[in-house]
Design a protein around this ligand. Structure first.
Ligand code: ITT
Length: 188
């Protein structure tokens, strides 16, 4: 099964490729940057997936972000636009939370599967955790150096191997739900 994914994010693509079970392959559909004008992860994931239908009869779009409790869910769908670079995103987040005791946060991934014939299906994955006081670790990308999942041992996602992160991550969970349902959803 070949899954066509519309993304400009190499890290996302690499994580998904590494997590897919035998018999599945992911292929990047390159449509340039798709404007994320939606108000939810679902809307933005579907915008990307539908753009992919230009090139494939079934296409996936993925939208992810970090929701911070003390910031009332921000940066959320604006996680990419929060700052220009990963380093600047992390720095801004730590600044906003400098005097904040409540460090609770969650990562969300929504994968949309659009089809030329048929409705779009959605797969959501979430992981609960907290924002560390300073960045730790060099693996992963984005906000990984400051995200500590609750079900881990205190390490940030950036201190875990790709496999460890994937076994509990928002993206790993969304992908597992897609893979579990894909046969029933579509004739690929
Ligand atoms: P697309 O082309 O697929 O849209 P993107 O990088 O624009 O790629 P998003 O719109 O989904 O992706 O933005 C997600 C932002 O949230 C991105 O800037 C990352 O920094 C961050 N992010 C997403 N997944 C993450 C993860 O697993 N770990 C850390 N940060 C993550």
């Amino acid at each position: 099964v070949v899954l066509g994914l519309v993304t400009s994010n190499q890290d996302k693509l690499a994580e998904i490729a590494a997590m897919l079970p035998k018999g599945f392959r992911v292929q990047r559909l390159d449509l340039g940057e798709v404007d994320e004008t939606g108000a939810s992860f679902e809307e933005n994931a579907e915008l990307k997936a539908i753009a992919g239908l230009m090139q494939s009869s079934v296409a996936l779009g993925e939208d992810s972000g970090l929701e911070v409790e003390a910031l009332h869910g921000a940066p959320g769908v604006y996680s990419k636009r929060y700052a220009e670079t990963d380093v600047a995103r992390v720095r801004r987040l730590l600044t906003e939370l400098r005097d904040v005791e409540d460090r609770r946060a969650r990562f969300v991934t929504v994968i949309a599967m659009a089809q030329r014939r048929g409705v779009t299906q959605f797969f959501r994955g979430e992981v609960e955790g907290r924002i560390a006081r300073e960045p730790r670790g060099t693996h992963g990308f984005g906000y990984d150096p400051v995200f500590v999942p609750n079900e881990g041992d205190g390490r940030t996602f950036a201190q875990m191997t790709q496999e460890e992160k994937g076994s509990i991550s928002h993206r790993g969970r969304a992908l597992a739900s897609l893979v579990a349902n894909v046969d029933a959803l579509v004739d690929l």
